[in-house]
Design a protein around this ligand. Structure first.
Ligand code: URA
Length: 304
């Protein structure tokens, strides 16, 4: 029988993501043929060696792969269990929850596209930062950002001392002193989108993930789920394969980049003299071009 990587095997056997399998192995919870294995890349022959997690024998079945799109509502944690008794991701997929796990995380208050699968390989490629999978969010922010401030998000800015990668940012609409901005990023740092908008002085009031790669949140109501179509799965797999190829040519670190971006931020955030300005006749944000997409909240009836 062929040799297999231990983390891939554990991911299937325990029904967890590849990253969680890595952690379990590094923590020393896994033995192969009676010996502790702490390297996730360990190669072994599952036909010859018995594998145990916490002393319990496990066998990875060649399960049929399941891919599910759910629409996470507000006030749900993206873990399958919660010590504080909050509503969990498991509740979103009902009986299926025994067979799938959520791909990546969303904040408790972020809504939108949350994938579930039992395909540890795909989940790993979708979530590991080295592959740079793009996620699109629609943010409702306080105030109306100027083109200059949105430009800062586009170029990249320091968050927790580390530059963000350039983002794709589209001004969608402004109403009553609030704005909707679509932002597409290829990273997934903790609270990243909220921190990026905070850094340019516009607090996020609502945040919805609308796409992962080219896969868009569609045909699913808030709190509900559906299987991905065959076409969606094929396209997602193809997208991830392309990202894997791209990952081989990484962007180098530029010396002095963080300092230069900090100076740009300091300029836009310098407090203005206290003076009551007359209300502008037109919104001060980026002008709405004729080809701006209609925002998702206008298209779907199931909006929050
Ligand atoms: N960025 C955030 O700030 N929160 C999320 O849930 C996802 C991305």
């Amino acid at each position: 029988m062929a040799e297999e990587r231990l983390n891939r095997y554990i991911s299937r056997a325990a029904g967890v993501s590849r990253r969680t399998a890595d952690e379990m192995i590094r923590m020393g919870r896994v033995t192969v043929g009676g010996r502790q294995a702490t390297d996730p890349g360990t190669l072994f022959d599952p036909g010859r060696k018995d594998v145990r997690i916490d002393g319990n024998a496990v066998v990875a079945s060649e399960d049929e792969k399941i891919y599910v799109m759910s629409y996470k509502p507000d006030n749900v944690v993206t873990t399958m269990k919660d010590k504080e008794g909050r509503k969990t991701a498991a509740s979103l997929v009902g009986d299926l929850s025994a067979r799938v796990f959520p791909v990546g995380r969303l904040d408790y208050h972020t809504t939108g596209l949350l994938l579930f699968t039992n395909d540890g390989d795909l989940a790993y490629r979708l979530t590991h930062p080295k592959f740079g999978v793009e996620k699109t969010y629609l943010a409702k922010v306080m105030g109306v950002p100027t083109p200059g401030r949105l430009g800062i998000l586009r170029r990249g800015l320091p968050i927790d001392g580390e530059m963000t990668n350039p983002a794709q940012v589209k001004f969608v609409e402004a109403r009553e002193g609030k704005a909707w901005v679509s932002i597409r990023i290829a990273e997934g740092r903790y609270h990243q989108v909220r921190k990026m908008f905070d850094a340019i002085g516009h607090r996020v009031m609502k945040l919805r993930r609308t796409a992962i790669g080219d896969l868009e949140l569609a045909d699913v109501e808030p709190g509900a789920w559906r299987y991905l179509t065959g076409k969606e799965v094929r396209e997602l797999v193809a997208y991830v394969a392309e990202k894997e190829r791209e990952a081989r040519g990484k962007r180098p670190v530029v010396v002095g980049e963080v300092e230069a971006a900090q100076a740009r931020l300091a300029k836009v955030r310098r407090p203005r003299p206290e003076r009551a300005a007359p209300a502008p006749a037109t919104p001060v944000g980026e002008r709405k071009g004729p080809r701006q997409p209609k925002p998702g909240w206008k298209q779907r009836s199931g909006r929050r």
